[in-house]
Design a protein around this ligand. Structure first.
Ligand SMILES: Nc1nc2c(ncn2[C@@H]2O[C@H](COP(=O)(O)OP(=O)(O)OP(=O)(O)O)[C@@H](O)[C@H]2O)c(=O)[nH]1
Ligand SMILES: [Mg+2]
Length: 258
């Protein structure tokens, strides 16, 4: 595949990220190739993130904004962003939080690993990865959540709930985005699981996750609850593949340890 076909698009979902978004755009553009595109997907943030994003798009040729009418969850925002990126010819599609929890400095590492993997996951739970400033409870919830999902789905990936990823376009084309229903953390689990089910190569590269720089978390109990009930269903659904047949079940995933 020639390199120009692999043009990266970074999709950034925002809901009330006014204080982070401008600095973040500057930081990610320094870390990405000059031809990379950045797509902000804003759900009509009441704090005016959308207006800041419009200004940034006017100032930067490779930045654009997808405005959605109301807060509808992370999953649908990403699906809309992925569709736009695919339609525009993206070769690689990156996703990350817009609050500096995912450090832009790791972007080259993800892109590099995407040369040999179909899906790259920035992982807190491989050697060299971690969580910076979390308390014991948050650590336990996150680790427990990833372990629960790993056991429920029977896959080897360590960080299933994280949202710092790089997909080759073929992965998102193969995953039927129309049928993805997860909205919160379950969305991250669902996409990785579907990629594995399709036989794509999954690689984890270590990242250290930091607390958001400004603003407040959108995580709530309903997002955690959704992950708890939906994750086991993902496995059940994949057994019949919607038509009574079992899909390919041999994951080609492996772990990356620097
Ligand atoms: N467009 C859109 N973006 C969202 C929505 N919910 C969350 N986000 C964005 O998704 C990213 C992750 O959400 P966060 O609130 O940081 O949730 P979190 O990372 O699980 O929680 P913290 O670690 O406490 O920040 C951030 O960039 C949010 O602005 C949504 O409904 N729509
Ligand atoms: Mg966050």
């Amino acid at each position: 595949m020639i390199e120009t076909m692999r043009e990266p698009w970074l999709v950034l979902p925002t809901y009330n990220e006014r204080e982070n978004i401008e600095e973040l755009i500057g930081a990610v553009r320094q870390m990405l190739p000059a031809a990379a595109h950045v797509l902000i997907v804003d759900d009509n943030s009441p704090d005016g993130t959308g207006e800041v994003a419009d200004r940034l798009a006017a100032e930067n040729e490779n930045v654009s904004v997808l405005h959605r009418p109301r807060k509808d969850g992370l999953g649908p925002a990403y699906v809309a962003g992925f569709r736009r990126a695919l339609a525009e010819g993206a070769g690689l599609i990156l996703e990350m939080d817009s609050d500096f929890s995912h450090e832009p400095a790791y972007l080259p590492r993800l892109l590099d690993a995407a040369r040999t993997a179909d899906l790259v996951i920035g992982s807190r739970y491989v050697v060299g990865g971690g969580v910076g400033d979390w308390g014991a409870l948050r650590r336990a919830i996150s680790r427990g959540g990833s372990l629960y999902a790993r056991l429920a789905l029977g896959v080897g990936v360590r960080d299933l709930t994280g949202g710092f990823k790089c997909f080759r376009r073929e992965v998102l084309e193969a995953i039927d985005l129309d049928t993805v229903q997860s909205r919160g953390y379950a969305f991250q689990v669902e996409l990785t699981y579907r990629a594995i089910q399709h036989g794509f190569t999954v690689v984890e590269v270590p990242i250290v996750f930091r607390d958001r720089r400004h603003g407040t978390s959108k995580m709530d109990r309903s997002i955690v609850a959704e992950a708890v009930w939906r994750v086991p269903l993902l496995r059940l659904e994949s057994r019949d593949g919607g038509n009574g047949r079992r899909r390919r079940a041999t994951p080609k995933s492996r772990r990356y340890t620097f």
